[in-house]
Design a protein around this ligand. Structure first.
Ligand code: TYD
Length: 208
């Protein structure tokens, strides 16, 4: 059976992971003439669960722990639909799939909201395991100042104290998921340097 390569990009809001996911897709296309499909796909999606999530994320609340049970439930339902309708079929066709956020976001953000980390991991245990997860790591101050400069309205979780908790949970990810391949990428460098580090990390998997 053909199976594709599943890569996941994770990190704080403002870590630059979305830009890096797009740059990687571009690089794969220009480097590997044999590759016909690269899929960049993100969560939350635009499923009915994703739409409710986006409304909740945009709400004006000072309390990032609000509605934590509902958030956990919605992110997991949204992922289930994303895996079934997009990720799994693409992998079965041999596509390189680059996921912009996946279960590690739920583990980090919803644990930071106060949900049980073990319960989140159990709820997400049945989903495809990425060949490699890259966690884009940078100081919270840098992430927050990038978000401020972007000029878009701040979402529920984009608060310094909360993001510090999320960052600490991302740092624990290799211990939380010891059977999975997880690499930390220093996202506090130039766009081109981060891109070079991403290529170094993923090239062996694509070449394999
Ligand atoms: P984000 O990647 O910022 O999406 P967009 O750029 O389209 O706004 O994700 C939105 C927020 O949702 C972000 O603060 C992280 C959060 N999130 C979770 O809390 N849990 C999850 O499982 C996922 C996928 C995202």
């Amino acid at each position: 059976m053909v199976t594709g390569v599943f890569l996941v990009f994770e990190g704080l809001d403002g870590s630059g992971k979305t830009l890096q996911a797009l740059k990687l897709a571009d690089w794969v296309f220009s480097t590997y003439k044999r590759v016909d499909h690269v899929l960049v796909t993100r969560e939350p999606t635009h499923s009915k669960f994703g739409l409710e999530l986006r409304q909740r994320l945009a709400q004006k609340s000072d309390d990032p722990t609000t509605s934590k049970e509902r958030f956990q439930e919605l992110f997991t339902l949204d992922r289930e639909e994303h895996v079934d309708s997009v990720i799994a079929p693409a992998l079965a066709k041999g596509t390189i799939v680059i996921g912009d956020r996946y279960k590690h976001s739920t583990i980090a953000y919803q644990s930071a909201q106060g949900m049980s980390t073990q319960r989140i991991m159990d709820d997400n245990a049945g989903f495809p395991v990425p060949a490699l997860t890259l966690i884009f790591n940078l100081p919270v101050d840098v992430a927050v100042s990038r978000l401020e400069k972007s000029g878009r309205p701040a979402e529920l979780f984009e608060k310094k104290d909360f993001l510090e908790k999320v960052k600490a949970l991302y740092a624990k990810m290799p211990q939380l998921l010891p059977k999975e391949k997880i690499a930390l990428i220093n996202a506090n460098q130039s766009i081109e340097q981060v891109h070079a580090d991403v290529i170094n990390a993923v090239k062996p998997l694509i070449d394999a």
